[in-house]
Design a protein around this ligand. Structure first.
Ligand SMILES: Cc1cc2nc3c(=O)[nH]c(=O)nc-3n(C[C@H](O)[C@H](O)[C@H](O)COP(=O)(O)O)c2cc1C
Length: 302
């Protein structure tokens, strides 16, 4: 794939997500089935309630991370700076989109360089894990950190999206072992995420054993990447295949439960379809219910 193609794919993704319907048709995150238990007798002063949390060694004012989205084109670079300023100002974390474009074409590095406007925030670089099966290794992962000044690296798993892309990378076998090599050798935290179709219990267990520092379940119910790819596809048969997978994936609430079963003490990021405050808070229980974390928030099934 040429560098021009990578840049234009990044812009395609931004445009399609802004302009087209990329939602699931039936499937939801499942978070709507949960509600907070009202405590008439909280036995804690409101002033004593704290939202700050330490994640990967950095202090966040809230357990929030701006999810991996973009970089690799001038538009994407401007978006990253806006998001980074917001992260710095509010004291939340920020993940960059895949930095592959800049590894291939160093003149795009600036589109991922946000430290100038966000010197203190938890910043995470991002790469497609599948690239480890196409020649990337520790050297590229280290360059991703050096180039962006990030505190850690997110590797994303997106087998459905790759399978639906004409130019997709679909040699999926042997990837786990390569992820383990990065976890062992990078010398910085490695987080693995999906892109909106969820991590299963089996995947979470395998990744825990591989040595990840955290998992982002990126469950289903928000952005459907088969829908995004449908809008990028050109032939009727590509469109038909993409449409068949519109509701594919593990809903966020289920993915969280599966990941927590597999990894009882690992920090989990509860993303996927978190498009409003209410559902966002309900997802936050996943983090707080880990034994290693403070249990400020409790929630139960309706
Ligand atoms: C425009 C756009 C670009 C994205 N690019 C990346 C990326 O480069 N790397 C990645 O790991 N995830 C990427 N994602 C996926 C998101 O991080 C997230 O996992 C996914 O959209 C599911 O969350 P949602 O349902 O809240 O949208 C992107 C999402 C959007 C909307």
């Amino acid at each position: 794939m040429s560098n021009d193609q990578i840049g234009s794919r990044k812009d395609d993704h931004i445009r399609i997500n802004l302009e087209e319907d990329v939602s699931f048709s039936q499937l939801t995150t499942g978070l709507e089935s949960y509600r907070f238990t009202h405590q008439a007798l909280p036995e804690v002063d409101l002033d004593a309630v704290r939202t700050d949390v330490t994640f990967l060694g950095k202090q966040l004012n809230f357990p929030l991370l701006i999810g991996s989205m973009t970089g690799g084109s001038p538009t994407a670079g401007r978006l990253n700076r806006i998001l980074a300023k917001a992260a710095q100002k509010t004291g939340v974390g920020m993940a960059l989109g895949s930095i592959r474009a800049a590894l291939e074409l160093p003149q795009l590095a600036w589109t991922f360089q946000v430290r100038e406007v966000a010197p203190d925030c938890l910043l995470l670089a991002n790469l497609g894990a599948i690239q480890l099966n196409y020649g990337y290794g520790l050297e590229e992962c280290r360059r991703a950190l050096d180039m962006s000044g990030a505190d850690g690296l997110i590797l994303h798993l997106n087998p459905l999206q790759e399978a639906l892309q004409v130019e997709g990378n679909t040699r999926f076998s042997g990837l786990l072992h390569r992820i383990e090599t990065i976890c062992t050798g990078l010398g910085a935290p490695v987080i693995v995420k999906e892109v909106g179709h969820g991590l299963s219990e089996q995947a979470a267990r395998q990744l825990l054993d591989a040595g990840v520092a955290a998992l982002d379940v990126a469950g289903a119910g928000g952005t459907s990447w088969s829908q995004v790819e449908l809008h990028r596809s050109v032939t009727p048969s590509q469109q038909e295949i993409a449409a068949a997978f519109r509701d594919w994936g593990i809903p966020t609430a289920e993915a969280l439960q599966q990941a927590r079963r597999a990894a009882p003490t690992l920090p989990l990021i509860a993303s996927g379809g978190r498009h409003d405050f209410d559902r966002g808070c309900r997802g936050a229980i996943s983090y707080s219910q880990g034994p290693a974390a403070n249990r400020h928030v409790r929630c139960r099934r309706r």
